[in-house]
Ligand binder design. Sequence first.
Ligand SMILES: *[C@@H]1O[C@H](CO)[C@@H](O)[C@H](O)[C@H]1NC(C)=O
Ligand SMILES: *[C@@H]1O[C@H](CO)[C@@H](O)[C@H](O)[C@H]1NC(C)=O
Ligand SMILES: *[C@@H]1O[C@H](CO)[C@@H](O)[C@H](O)[C@H]1NC(C)=O
Length: 231
Amino acid sequence: MMMLKGWGLCLLLIGVTSGGKRPPYKYIGDDNFTMEDEKYCPEAIDSVIFDREVEWDIEDRANKTCPPEFMLTKSSIPGGGQGIFATVNIPAGVWLGPYDGERVYQYRKVRLDAEYAFKVKVNSHVYMYIDAWNPRTSNWIRYINAALDMVQQNVEFLQCYDKIYYHTIKPIPAGTEVLVFYGHGYVFANHKIDMYSYCKWYNGTFYQSIDSNFICDRIKTKRQLTCDIPL
Ligand SMILES: *[C@@H]1O[C@H](CO)[C@@H](O)[C@H](O)[C@H]1NC(C)=O
Ligand SMILES: *[C@@H]1O[C@H](CO)[C@@H](O)[C@H](O)[C@H]1NC(C)=O
Ligand SMILES: *[C@@H]1O[C@H](CO)[C@@H](O)[C@H](O)[C@H]1NC(C)=O
């Protein structure tokens, strides 16, 4: 089974507002993401937590790039292996990353069933994959686990040109694991959690996020999903 990070949204999303600072989110579905139309990039006023600078292709590089505001340790997710935890209180709206790895231009060269590969799209077409399979040639973002439900999720990923940043969607108190939503396909493939379970606590007032907020909103309003969970 192949399950790429960033897969899973196949619905239309129009006009979820982001609270004024950025133009309204205007996704037209994961499959139709066009970088030319919308880019989600940190602005000068945004706070970005950059990686520690570490040479490329050295032992354990991914962990070594972890900035002091975070640490790699045992995940709170059952079977999650290691995960990333905040060591200090991180506010909402902070940018992390970008996700680093080997740039791969052919799907068949993506390693290990794409477990660590992110799709980067241009004009709705996959332009390349950022494959963080190898800890020698990737960064700490690869260790961020998928949330098991929407209440846990505290970051989302956004594509800025050919980079993928993570963005905190609510404050992350020190000692809390950083958890993201990689798309319903990923959550189902890795944790056998369907979107109805993922969204069970959703009440429409959590925070502004793109994928999960949108999908949960659709489920909540009982509007039919236009695609099945891709397996
Ligand atoms: C993507 O856009 C094309 C052309 O506008 C449209 O035909 C197609 O249905 C869209 N796909 C999705 C998943 O929205
Ligand atoms: C990650 O690297 C730090 C040093 O930067 C080290 O203290 C820690 O033990 C490493 N953690 C793991 C799980 O390898
Ligand atoms: C929605 O859920 C959140 C988190 O559980 C809670 O803090 C908030 O009060 C709820 N809002 C409503 C309107 O129920």
